[in-house]
Design a protein around this ligand. Structure first.
Ligand SMILES: [Zn+2]
Length: 463
């Protein structure tokens, strides 16, 4: 009797893998014992039994059986052979027609040409289905439990740590800490990417870009927090590289300040910072006029043909340089006043350690709710109300932590003797942060035919 050996590589994270070599050797032994002739060995390589992708090898197997190339198939067990219900039915159909016997290293033979054999195959299929369901459920629970215990479950080597995910690599860790420092000091993600590239860190990506840097700085792992599906679950088993406050401050910048520090294509100091006094939309650089760079309302739209009928009447458009000089003057004058130190964050810097403890307690409480619900101690409505309350407080605490981690961007300017010189050394992103911290600016139209700069048309409000 001619037989085809079918083996399938399958791996899961819990390590219940069975190498194809082993499957194949056992199957060959079985064939020898039965005195069958192995006409072909087919190996499929896919990751899960529940997978939906067609198996190339399985299709080959069906095709060979259809042709009558073999009258038997040997597989290690039923779950190696049948991956889903549909595949199982197709195999049974061809098996019935072509009188095929299925033999298993683990399990008895099934003669698909008899009704009894097909019934057994059908039952095997149902049992396998059930086991797969249970297995993926077990895996999900195992992964969740690992997260709740702050443990890592494998995966790629994280930047800053060795492949075990726990051992800190000093050089990479230093780069990451510097990255957070730079971000909090107003640097752009591109600048951090350049710095990492310059230092030759290329383990994760070949070339750092702003988005890969952002992904690193976004990762709660660096604050020693274990996240699962985007949610922070518990303190991690590995040591943090930065404090949670630093991490939160960085998230804050990445969330909100990103638009301020690096609005897409920000060409000028006040792009997307200042607003049109008439309509409230932000201004951007545009429409150079007679060689002068201009700010123009972003809500202004050109009519077909490039005409701009409403500029000057409904939307602002005015020379950029005098406005910028005036705004910088306002800022530096404010920072020169004797009460400028009051602007420093330090005065009300919250107690970081206390906040950290509270956040941790709140998260533990959130997890406890699920248990209370499962126990029947709390009703669904009670759980919802309680988790809403806890989450609200958690958000407050996290925001305060972000404040605690924020580097005071005004400090160097306030302490500088020559404020104009110091201003000149700051990157535009940093300058924009300073302005955004202090001022709200609205630009009025300069007035028709006005040649001199009129400060009263730059409306400003201190924050
Ligand atoms: Zn406007």
């Amino acid at each position: 009797m001619n037989v085809i050996i079918y083996a399938r590589q399958s791996q899961d994270r819990l390590g219940e893998e069975l190498g194809v070599t082993r499957q194949r050797e056992d199957a060959e032994t079985l064939a020898r014992l039965r005195g069958w002739t192995v006409v072909r060995v087919i190996v499929d390589n896919d990751a899960s039994a529940a997978g939906k992708k067609p198996r190339k090898g399985f299709e080959e197997l069906l095709e060979a059986l259809q042709r009558g190339a073999a009258q038997a198939v040997i597989a290690w067990d039923w779950t190696r052979l049948e991956r889903n219900r549909r595949d199982g039915l197709r195999l049974m159909e061809i098996g019935e027609k072509m009188t095929v016997t299925l033999a298993f290293v683990r399990g008895s033979d099934i003669d698909l040409s008899t009704p009894a054999g097909r019934l057994v195959a059908d039952m095997m299929s149902s049992v396998a289905r059930h086991e797969i369901d249970q297995k993926s459920d077990r895996q999900r629970r195992a992964v969740l439990q690992a997260a709740q215990e702050g443990r890592r479950v494998g995966g790629r080597k994280p930047f800053g740590y060795a492949a075990d995910g726990v051992t800190i690599l000093r050089n990479e860790a230093q780069a990451i800490q510097d990255g957070y420092d730079l971000l909090l000091a107003g640097a752009k993600l591109e600048e951090i990417a350049r710095e990492w590239n310059r230092r030759g860190f290329s383990g994760q990506v070949r070339d750092w870009k702003w988005d890969s840097v952002r992904n690193v700085l976004r990762n709660p792992r660096y604050a020693g927090l274990r996240a699962h599906n985007g949610e922070i679950m518990a303190p991690a088993e590995w040591k943090e590289l930065v404090s949670e406050e630093t991490w939160r401050a960085a998230q804050d910048i990445l969330d909100k300040r990103a638009a301020v520090v690096t609005p897409r294509g920000a060409k000028r100091l006040l792009t997307a910072l200042a607003r049109d006094a008439a309509c409230g939309a932000t201004v951007h650089a545009g429409g150079a006029f007679g060689g002068y760079p201009m700010y123009r309302c972003s809500a202004y739209t050109k009519l077909p043909g490039g005409k701009a009928p409403d500029v000057g009447r409904h939307h602002v458009s005015r020379k950029a340089l005098p406005v910028e000089a005036y705004v910088v003057g306002l800022v530096l004058e404010r920072l020169s006043r004797t009460d400028a130190v009051d602007l420093l964050l330090d005065r009300q810097r919250p107690d970081a350690e206390k906040l950290r403890r509270e956040a941790s307690a709140l998260r533990t409480r959130l997890e406890g709710l699920a248990v209370d619900y499962a126990d029947g101690t709390l009703t669904k409505a009670q759980v919802r109300a309680a988790s809403e309350r806890i989450n609200t407080r958690l958000l407050e605490v996290e925001a305060q932590m972000a404040d605690a981690g924020r580097v005071d961007i005004l400090a160097p300017l306030i302490s500088a003797d020559d404020k104009w010189a110091m201003w000149g050394t700051l990157t535009m992103g940093r300058q924009r942060l300073v302005i955004d911290t202090l001022l709200e600016i609205r630009l009025e139209a300069p007035g028709r035919g006005t040649r001199t700069f009129r400060p009263e048309t730059v409306l400003h409000e201190w924050k």
